[in-house]
Design a protein around this ligand. Structure first.
Ligand code: 5GP
Ligand code: ZN
Length: 139
């Protein structure tokens, strides 16, 4: 827990939140500035900045929580779909440096813009990129 971290303060209860679910290690609450009402965040209660420094074995619990909270968000909002989004680093839109997963209810033609996509310049460029990633896997 760090004093300056908003989400640590929410996890310890010194900053209020609209809580929707919790387990021993995880907390789910509404995002204060939602993309759409019902937009929910899931955080580990223990402070960790990003996916890459996460050291707790929360994988199974997180997936179950995403499924049960995500389904409840869809039911409660009447959403037709749900995005699960997780940002790491400023370049990737992370504003709060306590790892979190966004559950965003989606509706037909709701106007939320997808990222722009562009094909690789050549099959070689795609092959080289896959090779570079494979060479850096540290499983
Ligand atoms: P990020 O951009 O870091 O992935 O997302 C951080 C999210 O936290 C934003 O969507 C923002 O609206 C939300 N947020 C920031 N401060 C607070 C807060 O004090 N309470 C709640 N409930 N959400 C917050
Ligand atoms: Zn924190």
């Amino acid at each position: 827990m760090t004093d300056e971290c908003l989400f640590c303060r929410i996890a310890e209860g010194t900053l209020p939140c609209a809580k929707v679910y919790e387990t021993d290690r995880l907390l789910a609450f509404l995002d204060i500035n939602p993309a759409f009402p019902g937009h929910t965040l899931i955080i580990p209660k223990r402070h960790v900045e990003t996916l890459f420094t996460l050291d707790e074995p929360i994988g199974d619990e997180l997936l179950l929580t995403m499924r049960c909270v995500g389904a409840a968000v869809m039911e409660a909002t009447g959403a037709a779909g749900l995005n699960v989004i997780q940002n790491n680093g400023r370049a990737a839109w992370q504003q709060v440096d306590h790892v979190h997963w966004h559950l965003i209810p989606r509706f037909p033609d709701d106007g939320l813009a997808p990222w722009k996509q562009e094909a690789y310049g050549s099959p070689d460029a795609m092959r080289i990129m896959a090779e570079a990633i494979r060479n850096n896997i540290r499983a």
